[in-house]
Every structure is written in C-alpha cells, then in structure tokens.
Design a protein. Structure first.
Length: 237
C-alpha cells in the first residue's frame, strides 16, 4: 500500500509539472512590455473645459494621439519631427509673432485607450502656467511650466490582441496585471514656431494572466489525475 502511495504521488507531481509547463508554454499570453495608446485635449483659462483645440491671442493648442510599446519599461512620447502633424506627441503649441504678454493657466487632459482595465480612471489632468512675452521685433517667447509630478496607473487588461505597431515580436498587446508611471515635460516656444508637448512612460511592467483555455486545461488535467487515483485505490480494496 505504501509503495502504491509513493508511486501515485510521484505520478501526481510529475503530471502536475507537465500540465503546468504545457499550460505556460501554450496558453499564457506573456508580455513584459506594455502597449500604450491614447490622445489629448486642452484648454486655456481657469476652470476651462478641455477640447480638441484652444486659442488665446497669439497662442494655439492642437490635440494629438499617440501609440507605441515600451522597451525596458520606457516609452518616449513627443519626438515627432513634425509637431504640426500631432501624432505620437501630446499635442502642440503654435506661437505667433504678434506682440503679446502671457500669464495664463493651461490644462492638458490625457486619455489612455490602452492598456484597458485601468483602475479608477483612464484620464490624467495636468495643469500648467503659461508665461512669456513676444515683442514687436519678434523677440521673446513663451514658457509652459507643467506640473511634472508622475502619475501612476494600475491596470488589469485581459483583452489579448496582436500589437498593431509590431511591438515586440511574438508578444501580444498588454495582457495582464501591471502598472506604469506617466509624466509631462515643460515646453519652451519661440515666436513664429510650433513645438510638440512631450512626455514619457516609465517603470511600465506587467504580469501575465493565464487565458481561460489554459485554466480549463489545467483544471481538467487535475480532475483526471484525481479520478485515476480514486479508481486505483478502490481496485486495491
């Protein structure tokens, strides 16, 4: 009897190991990096409502969208060489050469569409103070001083899809439980120019979650092993 118990115990441990290895290698959507996507809106003035564009005398904000996958937990947003295209930055500012003095608040609203399942809210609001002077001889400029405090987002994203950007070969889009930090950078603008608003994703990480098919496979295997052990014990009585 003891010999039988030892044999069946070894079989159980071995079977569990095989099932676990099979499940991990075939059914788990593993992705260390995080797929990020979203867009921005903004507005000038205290208590304003963020929209797709906003203008004060001589200064215009235009909204943008962004998409990409982190590498080593990092993703830069805003290195687009053409800020007016407003893609893969956080929007842009355009400053005219018209004489003016600026001292006004600005609000930037960032909305994340990926990863999904963000806890609390998928939006972040960043406040800034716009200051500067443009002279009639085209001198001066504007400084947009953002609140640079990183905001940390946590998520549980079970929507495992192929990464449309190519991302990491063989990797899904975000598919697990994780978090990332997001920061917006300050901006300086010369008269007669356009500049992108930039930011970065840092400390992005996630832990894969087994797909339902994996859990079903593992559960079925364990049930089968338990039934086999019961039948053997009955046959020995």
């Amino acid at each position: 009897m003891k010999s039988l118990i030892r044999v069946t115990t070894k079989q159980l441990v071995l079977s569990l190991a095989v099932l676990t290895l099979f499940a991990v290698s075939h059914g788990t959507a593993w992705a260390d990096e995080v797929f990020i996507a979203g867009g921005t809106n903004g507005c000038f003035g205290a208590g304003c409502t963020a929209g797709t564009s906003a203008t004060v005398v001589g200064l215009t904000f235009s909204n943008s969208t962004f998409v990409g996958t982190t590498a080593g937990g990092f993703r830069g947003i805003g290195a687009n060489a053409n800020p007016g295209s407003n893609f893969n930055n956080l929007g842009s500012f355009t400053l005219s050469t018209a004489p003016n003095t600026f001292n006004i608040p600005f609000t930037l609203l960032v909305t994340f569409t990926a990863p999904q399942g963000i806890a609390g809210s998928n939006q972040a609001t960043y406040s800034a103070t716009v200051t500067g002077t443009v002279r009639s001889d085209n001198q001066g400029g504007v400084f947009v001083d953002f609140n640079n405090t990183p905001l940390v987002f946590t998520f549980a994203d079970n929507n495992c899809e192929p990464d449309p950007t190519g991302g990491v070969p063989g990797q899904q889009t975000t598919c697990g439980i994780g978090s990332f930090a997001f920061t917006v950078n300050d901006v300086s603008i010369d008269p007669g120019s356009s500049v992108p608003i930039t930011g970065q994703i840092t400390s992005a990480q996630q832990t894969a979650v087994p797909e339902p098919a994996t859990l079903l496979l593992l559960g079925t295997g364990l049930t089968g092993i338990a039934a086999k052990l019961r039948n053997r014990r009955r046959a020995k009585k």
